[in-house]
Design a protein around this ligand. Structure first.
Ligand code: UN1
Length: 501
């Protein structure tokens, strides 16, 4: 099927390639492999896409919620039969291991299924009134035109997290996917086209953030911006949206996630959970763990077990079912990883695994690196313990008491994903209550969230408006609606409805 060499934007139901300039889409496992070229969009394309979404809004919102959701069901039926093919595209385009790429497609399918089903469940509330003749409702109305700016690391699932609730609730959408994964984004839109989605309801603008994303974010006729990406860009988007009274934004940003491993933890489970949290997707998830906070009593044993496993991870071709860790997504991702590894050494890290670049044979054609693992005492001033690396870079830090663990954990601008490994329910409960996080796990890795749960972080990690199931509040206005069934006016708070003359 879809092996494109020349991609296009999708605006108002038409595939358009009018930019003149293009950008290249290359395989990070083998940078000689060119997957396609895509339009390098700018303000002109952004304006056209917003206009198309605005024009489609009145008819789309006037369909019933259930009718709108039916397009998601058709979409799922089409995607299901091509799941493996789509997974291979994801693997080739962003270097995710094939099993994870498949999970990405499955997560996208689950999202569409969830919102299809949810369309038949209540979306508002019926509330009591002080006055028996009055009925009060909370009624949800669509916001209007939604911009979805999505990252490369879940290039199928995350766009669907944002698109599905937006569409079911009656909004129209412009998607600006990451420039690393334009091909899978184009595939995703093609399925919606095949599913018969009306023109203009979902539009695609390819290109770079500053050239194509920014004119979408700052466009005066946009109601809501949904963004998943770095904290730095998220801060710019928040600032831009704050300047516009009507505009609203939800930003899912980075993390400096941690796992707390207590002395009483199930040892093997904790080591495995740490390995998965740190190295799945080559450490490039917003929920990846870069800090392991381990109690002194088991510290040496844990470090030895973790390092031994990490050393043996199978690194290589992500299309091979046996590979555990693929490449980093880009040359700049590799440079950032190397920069932080060197910084760790300068900050006094005891390096246990060197994070070296792999250059022999086929590795030399991609951005392949070994894990970087070190021990370091916690220090608030350390940059490597505070800044997100977004790669297989892991600090292991000791703690004495649970209070220390909580203090070390919370000493971060970020607050996304947390895991605690322990068999003591009191400790587990204390961690839940005292640590800042948006997605928490007990005796589990920090990866593996499911779509019917809210997903997002606090502090520098997010605006506290979670994605996935949590997104409904971001794409709707909750309005109150009160109806009087009497012929007289009666007011709450004992206020008379009469008018004295
Ligand atoms: C992300 O890390 O960017 O929980 C998304 C997980 C996935 C989603 C992760 N379901 O790992």
């Amino acid at each position: 099927m879809i092996t494109l060499l020349q991609g296009a934007n999708y605006i108002g139901g038409k595939w358009i390639n009018d930019t003149g300039e293009v950008f290249e889409d290359r395989n990070p496992s083998d940078t000689n492999e060119l997957l396609g070229t895509f339009p390098r969009s700018r303000e002109q394309q952004a304006n056209l896409a917003v206009a198309a979404a605005r024009a489609a809004f009145p008819a789309w919102r006037s369909l019933s919620r259930i009718n709108r959701a039916e397009f998601l069901d058709t979409f799922v039926q089409l995607v299901k039969s091509d799941k493996d093919e789509l997974a291979r595209i994801i693997s080739r385009e962003c270097g995710k291991c094939i099993a994870e790429a498949r999970a990405d497609v499955v997560e996208g399918i689950h999202t569409a299924q969830y919102w299809f089903g949810r369309a038949r469940t209540p979306s508002g509330e019926v509330l009591a009134s002080e006055i028996p003749e009055k009925d009060s409702y909370v009624y949800r109305k669509p916001k209007g035109v939604v911009i979805a700016i999505t990252p490369w690391n879940f290039p199928f699932a995350i766009p669907l997290w944002l698109i599905c609730p937006s569409l079911v609730e009656g909004n129209t959408v412009v998607l600006k996917p990451a420039e690393e994964t334009p091909l899978i984004a184009q595939c995703l839109i093609e399925y919606f086209e095949k599913a018969g989605l009306p023109a203009g309801v979902l539009n695609l603008v390819q290109g770079y953030g500053e050239e194509a994303g920014w004119p979408l974010v700052t466009h005066p006729d946009v109601d809501t911006v949904l963004f998943t990406g770095s904290a730095q860009v998220g801060a710019m988007i928040k600032e831009a949206c704050a300047k516009d009274y009507r505009k609203f934004c939800v930003c899912e940003m980075g993390g400096k996630n941690a796992m707390i491993v207590c002395d009483d933890a199930d040892f093997d489970l904790a080591v495995n959970a740490a390995i998965m949290s740190a190295f799945r997707t080559t450490g490039q998830r917003c929920v990846s763990v870069e800090r392991l906070i381990v109690q002194r009593g088991i510290f040496d044993r844990f470090v030895a077990g973790f390092v031994e496993k990490a050393r043996q991870l199978r690194i290589g071709d992500p299309l091979d079912e046996n590979t555990f860790m693929g490449p980093l997504v880009s040359a700049s991702g590799g440079e950032k990883f190397e920069y932080y590894n060197e910084l760790a050494v300068k900050e006094g890290a005891r390096v246990l695994l060197d994070g070296g670049r792999m250059t022999e044979g086929n590795y030399g054609r991609g951005h392949f690196f070994r894990p970087f693992v070190y021990t370091l005492e916690h220090d608030s001033r350390s940059r490597v313990l505070r800044e997100e690396v977004f790669g297989p870079h892991v600090a292991v830090m000791p703690f004495n008491t649970l209070e220390d663990a909580v203090r070390i954990y919370n000493d971060s601008e970020y607050a996304f994903a947390l895991s605690v490994c322990s068999r003591d329910y009191r400790k587990i409960r204390a961690v839940r209550n005292l640590c800042d996080f948006g997605v928490g796990y007990v005796n589990l890795p920090t990866i593996g969230a499911e779509v019917h749960l809210p997903f997002g972080g606090l502090k520098k990690s997010g605006t506290g408006m979670p994605s996935a199931a949590g997104l409904i509040d971001a794409v709707t206005h909750r309005v109150s609606w009160t109806v009087n069934h009497d012929t007289e006016i009666r007011l709450a708070q004992g206020l008379s409805g009469g008018i004295s003359e």
